[in-house]
Design a protein around this ligand. Structure first.
Ligand code: SER
Length: 618
């Protein structure tokens, strides 16, 4: 397939230039408490950019799966997607600007075969207050590269004010040509690495309608104006600075390159289309939707719906393959929004029958080469998504029935529908509109706030950590919780995450993410594993350490952002460093040895919510 071919070509190109190819990290970052999802290729690389030694050397390349939840609402135009792949290559204090810009230019023009006349680039204008000057070095390199293909590349400044002026290299300030996880220099926290960057744009040749949301919407057309004439396809970040406590920037000990290229976008410009949904990575999805809806993607009336469904179901499938199933909490909340939004848009183009499971199989098939685990897990994934589809159908039915009963759909009613049935606010808003009145986000938000205030008061009296008292029995159950968690992850897979627990003197209740009911074999295996660990009478140890080193040591913490910098970690096993079966952030209390617990039994297993199972253990 063309898409596989492009991805391999990129990796091969960098492999031939001394890079180690590493697999994509999961969409849920393992050790990064700052974010729910992996949203760029460099996120998993941060510690190496700061100087830690990467086991694979100083030149690394990959194709990283990314998900940007903040783009959900943007989806519907020709280029925004929530899930995408970022082609990445890194120099960890190895090569710098010259090699990076030369290689990327060579890749685009020779390997992908793009016409260099259609390529335009940007560089950092410099900013005295940061003590960082104009990126003259990159300008000189770009001039030479273009000259090599017979193009005189002129550098011009202030195209955002004066237009293109016949230029090919454009200077922009830190809003456009600076990259860090936190954005512009002013927003970077102390210690955060960042640096100036150089972007490459592809020119479709025709000035389009100005983008109404662009900050440059009243300016003349230029590479960054967002009118649709130009598409950014890659960004070379010269990650060489670190923000200091006093706000200044200091050079890092090593000068790094962090390159990120939009895989789907390069695929699009390769065939000279500005619509990523017309590329091979979307084609089978679009064809599927045309078949089930009986409509054509080329029809402008349905195009937006096609794009939303295609993007959302692709993202939901890839998230589920990484263990994120629709639910009401954290990452799962976004998975739920994706599936439900896709279903709503499907209805708009006449798809009334269930389609989610089948479409997820189309998606898995697209990635059978690049990410084979998606296809390997597709039965579980498609079932998990279909469960959400069914739930949502119920929700709609019940919600619509309630709507019939009320006189007016107020913010309060909309919130109640949302709270009780998961009825989407957008849908309430649409219904209100059909009935001839407005329902504002503010009305809904204030009803939500009022509710939150109430429940905060109600929960103030409860105990932390699901523990109702610390009698001997509950302490045993508490340690059993850790064993249960570890056993579930060992037997069902590391997608299992604790979603809640509650202990009384009589039993332990435990909720966790998993798409399907446990089979008897699985239940027995979990029970047997826990009892085996209990019989081994493993010591339980507690350590106080820094959050960062705790995470590095493999400790699990599901609400990382809620923990302070110093944390206590409970480890179960013969050696807390090298030989353990469970390691979790926890406030205790716990038994000293697992043998104190006595034999356990799983009494009941059932669904707690979509994608969440609940077990009772005695
Ligand atoms: N970190 C940069 C980006 O995400 C380049 O990889 O655009």
């Amino acid at each position: 397939m063309q898409a596989d071919h492009l991805r391999s070509k990129y990796l091969e190109f960098f492999k031939n230039r001394g890079h180690s190819i590493i697999p994509s990290s999961a969409l849920v970052p393992e050790n990064d408490p700052t974010t729910l999802f992996t949203g760029s290729g460099m996120q998993p690389m941060i510690e190496y950019l700061l100087g830690a030694k990467h086991p694979k050397g100083t030149r690394i390349a990959d194709s990283q799966k990314c998900f940007r939840s903040q783009d959900i609402e943007e989806v519907g135009d020709n280029r925004h997607t929530t899930f995408f792949e970022m082609l990445g290559n890194w120099s960890l204090g190895d090569y710098f600007k010259k090699e990076q810009l030369t290689w990327f230019f060579e890749f685009l023009t020779k390997e992908v075969g793009l016409d260099p006349n259609k390529l335009f680039v940007t560089v950092f204008r410099g900013n005295d207050s940061l003590g960082i000057g104009k990126d003259a070095e990159s300008v000189a390199i770009w001039k030479e590269l273009f000259a090599g293909v017979g193009i005189t590349a002129t550098d011009v400044d202030f195209s955002e004010r004066d237009g293109m002026q016949g230029g090919r290299i454009f200077y922009f300030d830190e809003k456009k040509n600076w990259w860090s996880r936190a954005g512009v220099p002013a927003n970077m926290p102390e210690g955060e690495p960042g640096g100036p960057d150089s972007e490459v744009f592809y020119d479709f040749g025709v000035e389009k309608k100005l983008h109404e949301n662009s900050v440059f919407k009243d300016e003349p057309c230029h590479v960054n104006c967002d009118c649709g004439r130009f598409l950014e396809i890659g960004n070379s970040v010269f990650m060489q600075y670190q923000k200091q406590a006093d706000g200044s920037f200091k050079e890092l000990a090593q000068k790094n390159v962090d390159f990120g290229g939009g895989f789907e976008r390069i695929l699009a410009v390769k065939q000279d289309t500005d619509d990523v949904f017309l590329t091979p990575i979307f084609e089978p999805i679009i064809t599927f939707l045309e078949t089930v809806s009986g409509k054509q993607y080329s029809d402008e009336k349905v195009k937006q719906s096609f794009r939303v469904i295609a993007d959302h179901m692709r993202a939901a499938t890839m998230l589920a393959a990484d263990g994120v199933y629709p639910s009401s909490k954290e990452q799962g909340y976004f998975a739920r929004r994706l599936v439900r939004r896709a279903i709503r848009y499907a209805k708009m183009i006449g798809i009334e029958q269930p389609f989610v499971a089948e479409l997820s199989k189309v998606v898995a098939n697209l990635y059978s080469h690049a990410y084979p685990d998606v296809a390997q897990n597709i039965e579980t994934v498609s079932q998990g998504l279909a469960i959400e589809e069914k739930k949502f159908a119920n929700t709609l039915q019940k919600g619509l029935r309630e709507v019939e009963k009320v006189e007016k759909l107020t913010g309060e009613v909309a919130f109640k529908l949302y709270e009780t049935y998961g009825f989407p606010f957008e849908l309430s808003q649409e219904i209100a509109k059909e009935k001839g009145y407005d329902l504002s986000q503010e009305e809904f938000d204030s009803a939500k706030q009022a509710h939150a205030d109430q429940s905060r008061t109600a929960s103030a009296g409860k105990f932390k950590g699901g523990l109702q008292d610390s009698s001997e029995q509950t302490t045993k159950y508490h340690t059993a919780t850790h064993l249960l968690h570890a056993a579930l992850r060992k037997i069902l897979g590391s997608h299992v995450q604790q979603k809640g627990s509650n202990i009384t003197a009589e039993r332990l209740r435990f909720d966790f993410s998993h798409p399907t009911a446990l089979t008897d074999t699985e239940k027995n295996a979990v029970e047997a594993q826990i009892n085996e660990w209990i019989q081994a009478d493993l010591p339980v140890t507690v350590q106080t350490m820094e959050k960062k080193s705790a995470l590095e040591s493999g400790a699990i913490a599901f609400f990382v952002e809620k923990y302070p910098d110093q944390v206590t970690v409970y480890t179960i096993g013969n050696d807390p460093e090298t030989n353990w079966i469970s390691k979790e952030f926890c406030g205790g209390p716990h038994v000293k040895h697992t043998g104190e617990i006595g034999t356990i039994k799983i009494e009941k297993e059932k669904a707690a919510a979509a994608g969440i199972r609940r077990v009772y253990l005695v």
